[in-house]
Design a protein around this ligand. Structure first.
Ligand code: NDP
Length: 289
C-alpha cells in the first residue's frame, strides 16, 4: 500500500500536486486556508483536515505549497513537526530556504526544499521536473510520492541549491519572454497578426537554443576569445538596429536597453574581438577569481 501524504495549500499548484498523488493511489490529506478549495479533491477521495496541525499529524510526508515562505511559517504549528518529513515546494530564495531549513530542524523535522519546474497542467506528466535539495534521507523517504509530480531531480544536501537553480532557470525564461514580447511588439506595430509571425519566431528560438551550452564552456574557462563566430564589436554595432527599428515602429526598446549598454561597455573596454559571453565579467559584482 502506498504511504499517505499531506498537502498544505490548495492553490492552482497545490491542487495539481494533490491530484497527482490521488491519481497514483496515495491516501492524501489536504488543508487549505479557504476550505472550499478542497471540495473537488475530497470528492475524489482526499481527507479534509480542519487545521494545519491535524493535516500534519495525518502523514509522515508533508508537502507544503503556499504563496511564499512567510505563509508556510504562519500556517505550520511548530509542535506538530517533530519526526515529520517536510517538503516545501513554495517558491523562494536560497537564503529563505536556508533559514527555513534551520527553523524546521529546530522543530525536529527532516527538511527537503524544492522548486517546481512546471505549470499546474504539466504536473503528473513527463514534461514536469522538480528540483530538490536538503536532507537526503527526507528525499529518499518522500521520493515515491514526489515522483508522481514529475521527474525528481536531487541537487544535493546544500539546501539552497534547489531555490538557486529554480530562480536561475526562471531568469533564463524571463529573459526569453522579454525578447519574445519585444519581437511581437515590433512586427505587430503595423498590423501583422502575431500568429503569422509566431512560427518563424519559434523556429529561430529553437535554432538558437544551443547557445547556452557553447556559452557555458567559455564561462568555465573564462576564455571569451576562442571559437568566436559573431564578435562582440559587430554585435554591439548591429544591436543599434534593434533600437532604431523599434523607434521606426513606434515601440519602446526599454527591455533591450540594458543589454545594449553592457555590450557597448564591454566592447569599449577592449573586448570587441571576443564573444558576447564576456559581458558576465561586468555582471559579477564580487569577483573572487
Ligand atoms: P495560488 O495563488 O493559486 O495559491 C496560493 C496558495 O497560498 C493558496 O492555497 C492560498 O490560500 C495560500 N496562501 C497564501 N497566503 C496564505 C497565508 N498567509 N496563509 C495561508 N495560506 C496562504 O498559487 P499557486 O498554487 O500557483 O502557487 C503556489 C506556489 O507554487 C508559489 O510559491 C508559486 O511560486 C509556486 N509555483 C507555481 C507555479 C504556477 O505556475 N502556478 C509554477 C511553479 C511554482 P487561499 O486559497 O486561502 O487563498
Amino acid at each position: 500500500d502506498k504511504p499517505s501524504v499531506t498537502v498544505l495549500g490548495l492553490g492552482a499548484m497545490g491542487t495539481a500536486l494533490a491530484g497527482a498523488l490521488l491519481s497514483a493511489g496515495h491516501p492524501v490529506t489536504v488543508w487549505n486556508r479557504t476550505a472550499a478549495k478542497a471540495d473537488a479533491l475530497v470528492e475524489r477521495g482526499a481527507a479534509r483536515a480542519t487545521s494545519p496541525a491535524e493535516a500534519v499529524a495525518a502523514s509522515q510526508v508533508v508537502v507544503a505549497c503556499l504563496l511564499d515562505y512567510d505563509s508556510v511559517r504562519e500556517v505550520l504549528d511548530p509542535e506538530s513537526l517533530r519526526g515529520r518529513t517536510l517538503v516545501n515546494l513554495t517558491n523562494g530564495t536560497p537564503g529563505q530556504a536556508r533559514r527555513f531549513a534551520e527553523w524546521a530542524a529546530c522543530q525536529g523535522a527532516d527538511y527537503l526544499d524544492g522548486g517546481i519546474m512546471a505549470v499546474p497542467p504539466m504536473i503528473g506528466t513527463p514534461a514536469a521536473f522538480v528540483l530538490y535539495s536538503g536532507s537526503a534521507t527526507a528525499f529518499d523517504r518522500a521520493r515515491p510520492a514526489l515522483n508522481t509530480f514529475g521527474e525528481s531531480v536531487f541537487l544535493g544536501e546544500a539546501v539552497g541549491r534547489a531555490a538557486l537553480t529554480d530562480i536561475a532557470l526562471l531568469t533564463g525564461m524571463y529573459g526569453m519572454i522579454a525578447g519574445v514580447l519585444q519581437a511581437f511588439a515590433l512586427v505587430t506595430a503595423d498590423g501583422t497578426p502575431a500568429t503569422d509571425f509566431a512560427p518563424l519566431l519559434t523556429r529561430w528560438l529553437n535554432a538558437m537554443s544551443g547557445w547556452a551550452d557553447g556559452a557555458a564552456k567559455q564561462l568555465d574557462s573564462r576564455d571569451y576569445a576562442t571559437g568566436v563566430v559573431s564578435n562582440l564589436g559587430m554585435q554591439a554595432a548591429s544591436f543599434g538596429n534593434l533600437h532604431h527599428t523599434a523607434d521606426e515602429q513606434g515601440v519602446s526598446s526599454e527591455l533591450l536597453a540594458p543589454l545594449g549598454r553592457l555590450m557597448r561597455q564591454r566592447a569599449a573596454d577592449g573586448h570587441g574581438h571576443e564573444d558576447l559571453t564576456g559581458i558576465i565579467e561586468i555582471l559579477r559584482k564580487d569577483d573572487n577569481a
